[in-house]
Write a new protein. Sequence first.
Length: 115
Amino acid sequence: MFTVTGHKGFSITFANGTTVSVQWGPGNYCDPTHKDGRQAAYDAPKNSDSWASTTAEVAAWNKDGKWHNFGGDSVSGWMPADEVLKFLTFAATSELDTTDPFAWEDADEGTAVAE
């Protein structure tokens, strides 16, 4: 399934139930080519004929709604097109890392603790 989101990106859901969101609008972790960049008005993409960026912000979650851990965060920003494609391929064919990206391990207990 394909979904347009806010005139500034899309999400795609694969047969394995994983959904990936790719966003490149105001406020996203990306490099929009608009003169105001990330500081543009939230509705600027909607009011433009096209909206471009050299990088995008990516997030993913599984069919149970558990988000992918990008090594300490639930999103990965400033991702160039080649890396977005690599991640889309990974998400379509592999299981996401759904460990809590905001948890740290208690050295004494050996268990993850949410911050």
